[in-house]
Design a binder for this molecule. Structure first.
Ligand code: URA
Length: 453
């Protein structure tokens, strides 16, 4: 094909026509080898964003992106190897908790994670807050870790679904991030390039997520499952609430601290606990469905097994094994205090400001989007890809939604190394929190919205 053809492809999508498999593969190849200029890539992205794609087109786009680079075969790893993916949110440290739980139950978890951008935190940044931890994992190390430890988390390399790297960078600056076909192909291409036996997707919904409404989140979940199935990969999805941040902390070291305290059983935020148990249960069901000779289990029995892995200390032990295996300093993990109240200076940035209740009443909302912006302003997140992260910056919540407060009570502590950052984040935090003194109806803030198969 020549340059004319890409113009025809753009025009076809502009005119709401279906693209053929060949046209989609031609586009992705041109993105990968950068023979199609950015302006033409952007034009097609915008046409897709506005006019959408059908299932077949989304599947072809996803598969073309999956095979745009390196793939990782995991057939040499014994057992049913699973992956878990969250579409991104504020305070989401579930991977740090779920990986060790599942590994301690004998179900290997293979993860390739990303870094945070915008208001969304990234698992790799959180893990790299542990001194010495390396997310640079070779193919051999990845397979060895899965076989030996049962949980591995490496950073996506440039050669992994490279078409997505180029397309995501363009989407970020052309207003084309918010598009179901583009989100599905971006996420699923990276998931499918890792040949796991099944994937559990945590699709976030609300002010701190890509999908703000339940309808959009359910649609996204349904299409991701469908595309996974078309690619012969077993998938389940959970749609979960991201209107308020997840757990008591936001920020890199802080989220490692909360994950460790959760695994030790000393601090377990109820919404985080419900989500962890739900996602682990869905993963365990995927494992059972693909295992021969394993007796069927009720949901209650699966939940008990998960809770036992935490209560017995097995999941926490597995977490330390995982950290050690990837070069992390386990003495740092051991030095983490048992409660958030005991956090010493070595875990947080030097400056701290209290966010206090402006009036007495019930906290009826803590907007995840605003909290995400505040955490970015504090230095816990990036505004551009090149930004350095302050690992000790972030937020600790002392109160959460539904709590009663009196005027002047401390709702949150914010940490940064600079008073100007603290000042601007304080304003955002105050905007995020809604208190009502005359609340008439109960607050509904269930974390699980629905499950999909
Ligand atoms: N995460 C991704 O990797 N891609 C998207 O498009 C959205 C979230």
């Amino acid at each position: 094909m020549n340059k004319m053809d890409i113009i025809e492809i753009i025009e076809k999508k502009k005119n709401k026509k279906e693209l053929t498999k060949e046209e989609i593969y031609f586009f992705v190849e041109g993105v990968t080898n950068q023979s199609i200029p950015d302006y033409q890539q952007s034009a097609l992205l915008m046409a897709i964003c506005i006019n959408g794609m059908n299932y077949r087109e989304i599947k072809d786009l996803t598969m073309a992106m999956t095979y745009s680079g390196y793939t990782l075969d995991l057939t040499s790893v014994p057992g049913v190897v699973l992956d878990k993916h969250s579409t991104g949110g504020v305070g989401d440290k579930t991977t740090l908790i779920i990986g060790p739980i599942m590994a301690s139950l004998g179900v290997p978890v293979a993860k390739m994670s990303g870094r945070g951008l915008g208001i969304t935190g990234g698992t790799i940044d959180k893990l790299e807050a542990i001194p010495g931890f390396s997310s640079n994992v070779s193919e051999e190390q990845f397979i060895e870790a899965l076989t030996k430890v049962g949980f591995v988390d490496g950073a996506q390399t440039k050669s992994f679904a490279p078409a997505d790297k180029y397309l995501y960078a363009l989407r970020d600056v052309t207003g084309t991030v918010q598009s179901i076909p583009l989100i599905v192909s971006s996420i699923m291409s990276k998931k499918l390039a890792l040949f796991t036996d099944g994937i559990v997707l945590d699709v976030k919904c609300g002010s701190g997520a890509f999908m703000e409404t339940r309808e959009d989140a359910e649609e996204l979940a349904g299409i991701m499952i469908e595309v996974g199935k078309l690619a012969k990969r077993k998938c389940k999805a959970v749609v979960s609430d991201m209107n308020e941040p997840l757990g008591y902390t936001v920020g890199n070291i802080l989220e490692v601290v909360e994950a460790v305290q959760f695994l030790r059983g000393t601090v377990q935020n109820p919404r985080l606990k419900t989500l962890v148990i739900t996602l682990c249960s869905e993963m365990y069901k995927l494992y059972l469905e693909q295992s021969e000779g394993v007796p069927e289990m009720t949901d209650e029995k699966i939940e008990k097994l998960i809770l036992k892995s935490i209560d017995s200390g097995k999941a926490y032990k597995k977490f330390k094994e995982f950290v050690t295996n990837q070069g992390g300093d386990v003495s740092f993990i051991n030095s983490i205090p048992y409660t958030l109240e005991e956090l010493g200076e070595s875990f947080v940035s030097s400056g701290c400001v209290e966010i206090k209740a402006k009036k007495s009443g019930t906290i009826c909302g803590i907007t995840a989007h605003e909290v995400g912006r505040a955490s970015q302003a504090l230095g816990a997140g990036r505004i551009t890809k090149e930004d350095e992260i302050d690992m000790g910056a972030g937020i600790v919540f002392k109160k959460t939604v539904s709590d009663e407060v009196s005027e002047g009570d401390v709702i949150a502590l914010i940490y940064a190394d600079d008073k100007y950052k603290l000042k601007s984040a304080k304003k955002m935090m105050e905007k995020a929190i809604t208190i009502k003194s005359d609340l008439k109806e109960p607050i509904h803030n269930d974390i699980i919205i629905c499950k999909k198969n």
